[in-house]
Design a protein around this ligand. Structure first.
Ligand code: SF4
Length: 635
């Protein structure tokens, strides 16, 4: 066993630092703090009442159904039982009582905030530790207690800081929190945020991903390694965080973070406890392939000018399937004015490399940057989809918000920049959103910054709804993916239609295959790339490539049956067969897939065999067995 493996293996109970600090970094798992024993007389009848709700009532139960039950069976001292307490009670009594429902069904019934998992997987976000960033972007917050661009009062950032940015603790505690409120933890999309991923040392990157996987592996196996070590990252709460953006000189975030880390870590930015090797990562990946809590997607966040061929291969070795990439603007003058430190040529190159390697591309684009106008923003946004070099699969649309620690404070005070007023911002967003094609998913419209942090500008967190209502009032319809997801709607399988949209992207052709209902709601989709050039990754050569396969429906546990929702009904297999037919007819001999660590087993069952970084299905020359999809025009 390698040194790193020994140090990092919490399951083995070996401490990473030798210091034991029981309980300090445990999450607030409500089911652990709550003892169902003393409240059995009240809680058990409530569980029975929930169980007695007719099976024809859709899961999860709505507030209209749940609230009268909770009120009728209130806690002895007053107040209502929480979802996590209901689940904890169900678990505690299940040994002695016979329940009609199994635990998974009961959890689905009482689950809250289902929207988080409606797209089929449970997203779990973790943050890397504060670290220097190569960017000098003037709109970027400089909160010294956070990785660059994050603010310490954002909920996800607070969770990360509470866990001292340790990947194992963040992941384990978040899984426990999901489990406690009834969210499935079997299929996890791991989203790693913070600064520029590609700028962190490779050994830290490997360590970070490995420890997230270790937490999933341990959690799924009922093993808790949280007490066996203390996070190696120093507590950034100690740092003097009093920063004013317009008083910055020469990128002080990097200087002060470097000074803080090196003074506490014997001159190093990353200490040996935060480093792992590829061999130990491979072992953790291998365990996760069949773990109960599987990583079915790994998302990393970086800058265009740090994406070269070598970096793309590294991302793939880590197990990444999607890259969040800061585009911000497609105008070189705007990029320069905002000190992005790269031009549009770098963005074009990064998109090309990532697409050729099969990654999903999740772009960040900003309105209202220094030098932009509402008219120039609308034009810039159009380029994102008109130019085949870009055409991202997912998009975050962030109008620039002014925060006190950003250098944009200077231009604002000098009158060189101002935030758009309400009408201008609404006009930009209502003109941009309808331009998004049916194969792109708009994940966010406004960045979720606390209104206390915004010095001037839009403070309405429901701006997306306002814009969507205005678009509907104008008689326009949005077709982007998120608008059309089936969510937990019941649908008629026999009436589903298969639609194929073809468009040029990068150096090849993209095919977007969708299974849609009569009202154009998406049940599942597949992104197929048909490249025309050889790939710098030899294993892909000239193969057709499945970049994404997604079937909607509330996230269903792997192996569980779902009678009414989209997952586990064979839609994925159907879409793969259609992709095979199209690829074969186009003359490709192999269909490859950029599988996540936790989906490798699924693809093995779909006649794919393991390659080094991808999985592959050999194609026969003629394929006539799949139905021909209806075709739509390009973008
Ligand atoms: S690259 Fe990203 S994180 Fe770094 S300064 Fe620019 S916006 Fe901030």
């Amino acid at each position: 066993m390698s040194k790193a493996t020994m140090k990092d293996d919490a399951k083995s109970g070996v401490s990473r630092t030798g210091k034991r600090i029981p309980g300090r970094f445990r999450g607030k798992g409500p089911d652990r703090a709550f003892d169902p024993g003393p409240v059995r007389e009240v809680l058990l009848p409530l569980l029975r009442a929930i169980e007695a709700v007719p099976d024809s009532t859709p899961d999860p139960l709505t507030a209209e159904v749940m609230e009268p039950l909770l009120r009728r069976h209130a806690k002895p001292g007053g107040g209502f039982f929480s979802r996590s307490q209901l689940i904890a009670g169900f678990r505690a009594y299940a040994g002695q009582e016979r329940f009609r429902l199994d635990e998974a069904r009961f959890r689905r019934r009482v689950q809250r905030r289902p929207v988080r998992t409606q797209s089929g997987v449970t997203p779990l976000t973790v943050l890397t530790k504060p670290f220097p960033c190569p960017g000098k972007c003037i709109f970027c917050p400089n909160d010294l207690r956070m990785p660059k661009s994050y603010l310490s009062d954002e909920p996800g950032a607070q969770r990360a800081a509470n866990n001292r940015f340790d990947p194992y603790l963040q992941t384990w505690n978040r899984l426990a929190a999901f489990d406690a409120i009834g969210h499935p933890t079997e299929k996890i999309e791991l989203i790693v945020l913070g600064g520029t991923w590609s700028f962190y040392p490779e050994a830290y990157q490997v360590f970070f991903v490995k420890r997230c996987l270790d937490a999933m592996n341990d959690f799924g196996a009922g093993c808790d390694g949280r007490d066996s070590f203390e996070p190696a990252t120093p507590d950034f709460e100690e740092i003097d965080a009093d920063v004013l953006g317009d008083q910055f000189t020469k990128n002080p975030y990097n200087q002060r973070i470097t000074q803080f880390l090196t003074s506490r870590q014997a001159g190093r930015l990353v200490v040996p406890e935060e480093e792992s090797d590829w061999e130990s990562l491979l072992a953790s990946q291998h365990r996760n392939e069949t773990a109960r809590a599987r990583c079915v997607g790994l998302v990393l966040e970086t800058r265009p000018d740090h994406v070269d061929e070598e970096e793309v291969v590294r991302l793939r070795r880590l197990g990444a399937t999607k890259v969040q990439i800061g585009v911000q603007s497609l105008d070189d003058k705007i990029l320069e004015a905002n000190r992005r430190g790269h031009d549009t040529q770098a963005t074009r190159r990064a998109f090309d490399h990532l697409r050729r390697a099969g990654f999903k591309l999740h772009a960040h684009w900003m309105a209202n940057l220094l030098g932009a106008t509402p008219a120039s923003d609308c034009e810039d946004f159009r380029r994102l989809f008109d130019d085949p070099a870009y055409r991202p699969d997912e998009l975050k649309l962030y109008p620039c918000s002014l925060v006190e620690t950003a250098e944009l404070m200077g231009p604002w005070r000098r009158g060189e920049w101002r935030p758009y007023d309400d009408d201008e911002l609404l006009e930009v967003v209502t003109r941009c959103l309808p331009a998004v094609p049916r194969w792109c998913r708009v994940t966010r419209v406004i960045r979720d910054i606390s209104s206390d942090d915004i010095v001037v500008g839009n403070k309405r967190s429901n701006f997306r709804q306002i814009a969507e209502a205005e678009i509907a009032r104008r008689g326009q319809r949005l077709v982007e993916v998120r608008q059309r997801e089936i969510r937990d709607e019941i649908f008629d399988e026999a009436a589903l239609e298969l639609i194929q949209t073809e468009y040029a992207a990068g150096s090849g052709t993209e095919i977007f295959l969708e299974l849609v209902t009569e009202s154009d709601r998406i049940v599942g989709f597949l992104r197929l790339s048909l490249p025309t050039q050889t790939c710098f990754i030899e294993e892909l050569d000239r193969n057709a490539l499945v970049r994404e396969l997604h079937v909607y429906g509330a996230s269903v546990a792997i192996g569980a049956k779902s009678g009414t929702h989209a997952q586990h009904r064979g839609f994925g297999a159907r879409l793969l067969d259609v992709a095979e037919t199209i690829a074969s007819a186009a003359g490709y001999e192999t269909l490859s897939v950029i599988s996540a660590i936790g989906t490798r087993d699924y693809y093995r069952g779909q006649r794919f065999s393991d390659g080094e970084l991808y999985q592959h299905r050999a194609l026969s020359p003629s394929q006539e067995k799949s139905p021909q999809p209806a075709r739509l025009s390009g973008t």
